[in-house]
Design a protein around this ligand. Sequence first.
Ligand code: ZN
Length: 231
Amino acid sequence: MKKEHITVSGLQVEVWWKAVKRINLVVYAADGRVRISVPFSTAMSRVKETIEARMLWIRAQQSMFRERKPTMQLHYIPGERHLFLGKQYPLYIAEGGRRHFVCFDQLAGITLHVRRKSSAQQRQNLLLKWYREQLTLRVSPLLEKWQPRIGKEVAEFRIKRMKTRWGTCNIRKQRIWLNLELIKKPERCLEYILVHEMVHLLEPGHTEKFYAHLDAFMPEWRDIDLLLKQE
Ligand SMILES: [Zn+2]
């Protein structure tokens, strides 16, 4: 297997010559990176032509991952379906209590306990708060698991809603930011993004060394990246 980084019309592409029969081009959801796998016999000129020919598609994929489709307009009304860990659950509204809280049940779905005449905004705030708690709960055990394996400590993690990224890493402060939207994705996606960001503590850039680390720590990361692309 041979690997090379090239630039085609300003676009960085990773080229892999491998024992494959067909040319395969992929754009990764986590970072918009472009990789092309080609059979050993493929000439560089052919590689570049292929990339040029699919440039529009590549750019479209990248911008789709960057500006994720605005989520369907949500109204926070009974029966509406909401995502949690990769599955859709019906929303129930239980009004009249004194406190705002959320109950979740695999079968029954998500119940928002709210005061009477709650607004859509209040319901949304409650659900987002719960999402944040649920994501937070899942991050600490993952950090415990991965810090010794990667050999780096994360000083702090924070969660926010991000439009363009699933996660970011401030290497100097050893701080990782996670996108709140990850709570809507299958649980492995959170682990993948966290590991990706933690690997940046070993290797800041998306270099060959970076992906060698990622391959070693999480060989199945490409499959999980595909999950992230699904709506
Ligand atoms: Zn990265």
